[in-house]
Structure formats: C-alpha cells, structure tokens
Design a protein around this ligand. Structure first.
Ligand code: FMN
Length: 265
C-alpha cells in the first residue's frame, strides 16, 4: 500500500506505477482545507527525513468532487485517511465518505507525531484512540475496513491496538513517523530507513500479543528485504512512504516481487 501523504493524491505516481488495483492511502483529509506548515517542511537527516508538513490537504468537498473520482477512474483502491479536531468531525468525515462511490476503506490517523500542533483531536491514551475509532465505525459500513493508524510507541502500542480493535477497527497500521524536531526546533516526524527497527519492534509486539488483530506495517519499508522483515513478523501487508519520495518506482518493483509467480499452462 502507499502510505498516507507519500503518494500525493495518486496522480503524481502515475508515470512510475500501474495505478490499476493499487492500494493507496490518501494524505489525511480534514473537513476544511489546510495549507500546512511553514517552510522548510522537510529536511534530510542520516537515515531518513524529518517533516513538518502539517497535513496540507484540499479539504473534504474538493476531495470528493475532484480527487476521488480521478482515482476511481484510474482503478485505484482508495483508502481515505481522515483526521479531525473533534470526535464529531471524525464522525462527519466517515458519514460523508460512506456515501461516496469508490471508497474502499478508511484509515483513521490516531498516531500523528504532533496532534496538538496540528490542531487535531489529541490522542494521549488508548481510550482516546478507541473513541475516535468507535465514532468512525458507527458511521461507516461494516463490510468495508477501518484501519487505525497508531504511533510507533512500543510502551503503548499493544494497548492501543487492543482498544482500537475492540472499538471496531478491522486492522491496525503500525506505525507513523516518530516524533522528532526540525533543526529549528519545530515539532516534526522522523521517517525512512532509520525508523524501520522501531516499527518492527512495535509490529512484533502487536502480532505476538494480539494474533487475532491484522497488522499493516508502516515505517522504513524500502525494498523486498525490509518488506519481508515485517511480513515475517506477522504483518498482513506493508505500506511504503518515504521511499517513494526518494524513488517512486519502489512500489511497482515491490508489487512484482511480492506477487506469487503465476503457474505455467
Ligand atoms: C511528507 C510526509 C507526509 C505525510 N503525511 C501523512 C498524512 O497526511 N497522514 C498520515 O497518517 N501519515 C502521514 N505521513 C506518515 C507516513 O504515512 C508514514 O506513516 C511514515 O512516514 C513512516 O513510514 P515511512 O518510513 O515508510 O515513510 C507522512 C509522511 C511524510 C514523510
């Protein structure tokens, strides 16, 4: 899957990957448009990048009118990442997206590195994350998945995964960018190869403690070896984020490498 925020709206990937049948998580969509943070928003560090993009997105109306129909026409399986300032906003987003043709599922962003700075509903405890999932699940048909995207905090991730699953999440995405700072001290998120061992520790903790909860791994996946590492730890799927900013063909290569070879006639 394309990790949220790392494939643009999907159009940007078209020259590099066959969009037909691609599982894409959109950038996080909020009710109102957001301009995002001040520049510079991304800085390279050894082993990855730190970003302070601040969830820029065109807002729900524009997404429904322009972006979603384009993605559906291109054959993309669209998982919409949603972010809200209140439980009511999450419910509203889920209700309106449930009626939009072509939404394969939702991913609820309850693991952003800095909700407070980003003006989002603050998730401090597992029950906060579960309240968001419950509010979304009530409004979204049960035959379509709701993923809860958790932060890669090994001391909390099992508890969060359990609470979100009990609240109705079909699967959990583990994890997100790791809380970090931009060189000027602004809050940001570290992502890329450096975070893979952190994400792996969290994925392994969840799959060991909660074998009944499907885990989608996210954090530092860049090639077949890193993808396999997460799948061997029990993840059912992987997401690719920062690697696409470095080399957008990563995804098409991985899809071929992970697809079982067809038997001959
Ligand atoms: C530029 C950028 C924008 C991102 N935007 C979002 C977003 O809108 N919503 C979200 O849930 N995660 C967002 N993320 C986090 C990624 O989806 C992913 O969880 C994180 O970067 C770790 O995976 P990676 O190391 O493969 O990039 C963003 C990451 C980057 C680098």
């Amino acid at each position: 899957m394309v990790a949220s925020g790392c494939g643009g709206t999907g159009r940007e990937l078209a020259p590099y990957v066959d969009l037909e049948g691609l599982d894409l998580v959109t950038r996080s969509i909020t009710l109102d448009p957001r301009a995002g943070g001040a520049s510079p928003r991304v800085v390279e560090v050894p082993g990855g990048i730190v970003n302070a993009v601040g969830l820029p997105n065109p807002g729900l109306e524009h997404f429904l009118a322009i972006e979603l129909p384009w993605l559906v026409r291109a054959g993309v399986r669209v998982h919409v990442s949603i972010a809200g300032a209140t439980l009511g906003e999450y419910a509203d987003l889920a209700r309106r997206l449930s009626r939009a043709p072509g939404v394969a599922g939702l991913e609820v962003n309850v693991g952003a590195p800095d909700e407070v700075g980003a003006g989002l509903f603050e998730v401090r405890e597992a029950y906060h994350a579960a309240s968001v999932v419950a509010a979304v699940r009530r409004e979204f048909p049960t035959d379509r998945p709701v993923l809860a995207k958790l932060r890669p905090d090994v001391s909390r991730v099992v508890e969060s995964a359990r609470s979100c699953h009990e609240a109705g999440a079909s699967a959990v995405t583990v994890g997100n960018a790791v809380p970090a700072a931009m060189p000027d001290g602004r809050p940001g998120g570290l992502s890329g190869p450096a975070v893979a061992p952190v994400a792996l520790r969290c994925v392994a903790a969840v799959t060991a403690a909660l074998p009944e909860v499907p885990v989608v791994a996210c954090g530092g996946v860049r090639d077949l070896a890193t993808a396999r590492m997460f799948l061997d730890a029990g993840a059912v799927s992987v997401q690719v984020g920062t690697a696409l900013l470095h080399d957008p063909t990563t995804l098409s290569r991985l899809r071929v490498q992970l697809t079982p070879a067809q038997e001959g006639p």
